[in-house]
Design a protein around this ligand. Structure first.
Ligand code: GLA
Length: 277
């Protein structure tokens, strides 16, 4: 038997560095996908080293494991959360409910990859619906599905900067007062986004970037790329996305002809598993 998991990338519109603080986020699944194929065999576990380590920690049976993915790696799009979820779905089939699958994938990321992630990535990937985005409240782990207005045009621009620090450094170095203020204001921005014009949404994204800068998860190089995008004709807002210190910049554009070399993001379906015999 072969199990094949298909997991999307994660786009976070607003609500960055709020998940592990009981805040909220507005996110969706992108058209990018990671595919993990697990062929169940008699003995042994074969595949790339990290995948085998995750598989073993998850208690997977003997299998041949194959990963293919077009989720950019190390760019703030949660390629590692997608891999962990792929492992969880292939090991457990559909016996775990979505939220338990998210928590198990988070546990694998903590234990095997050593990343102290929250639940944003996994929940955005598992609760999303095509043409919708998901409002996640991390204080209750409740989600609401929000139709994605077809006037929202998001694109990604790669800052070209690889992360050198991780969110653990942020947690240790940023003052509690600044962190609390960030989460409070970021939560308010998420709520405002639900009833905002495109221009207002762009402004909220710009404010989020400023707040990420204030809490010390950006870098001067990223700030200058974000600034130049923000001042571009037809750009309504831009901000660094994900854990920080580089990676992708999320840009809200007036229409598809702005930044023509970058494709529009398309809200896609959640992670799923299929069985092939
Ligand atoms: C990373 C983590 C998430 C979240 C974001 C920041 O993607 O994996 O849990 O904390 O950073 O919003």
């Amino acid at each position: 038997m072969i199990r094949r998991a298909s997991i999307p990338g994660r786009i976070n519109i607003l609500g960055e560095h709020t998940d592990y603080a009981g805040g909220c986020s507005l996110a969706f699944a992108s058209q990018h996908r990671l595919i993990l194929e697990a062929e169940f065999i008699e003995s042994g576990v074969f595949g790339e080293e990290t995948v085998v380590a995750l598989w073993s920690e998850a208690g997977g049976p003997p299998a041949r494991l194959n990963v293919s993915s077009n989720i950019p790696i190390g760019k703030g799009m949660s390629s590692s959360a997608a891999l962990c979820l792929g492992v969880v779905l292939c090991v457990h089939g559909d016996s775990l409910d979505r939220q338990d699958a998210c928590k198990e994938a988070q546990r694998l990321e903590h234990v095997v990859l050593g990343t102290p992630c929250g639940l944003l990535d996994q929940m955005a990937m598992m609760h999303s619906i095509e043409e919708c985005c998901t409002l996640i409240d991390f204080s209750s782990l409740e989600t609401s599905t929000i139709p994605y207005p077809n006037t929202w045009k998001f694109k990604l621009v790669d800052s070209g900067i690889q992360r050198t620090l991780n969110s653990e450094d942020y947690r240790q170095t940023t003052s509690e007062v600044k962190k609390k203020l960030h989460v409070r204001e970021e939560n308010a921005r998420v709520r405002q986004a639900l009833n905002s014009t495109n221009e207002q949404l762009g402004e909220l994204m710009n404010q989020t970037h400023e707040s990420l800068r204030m809490i010390g998860v950006s870098t001067p190089e990223v700030d200058s790329i974000v600034k130049s995008l923000q001042s571009k004709e037809g750009v309504l807002g831009a901000r660094m996305m994900g854990g920080g210190f580089g990676g992708m910049i999320l840009v809200l554009v007036e229409n598809d002809s702005v930044l023509p070399q970058h494709p529009l993001l398309v809200p896609s379906k959640a992670g799923f598993i299929e069985e092939l015999f």
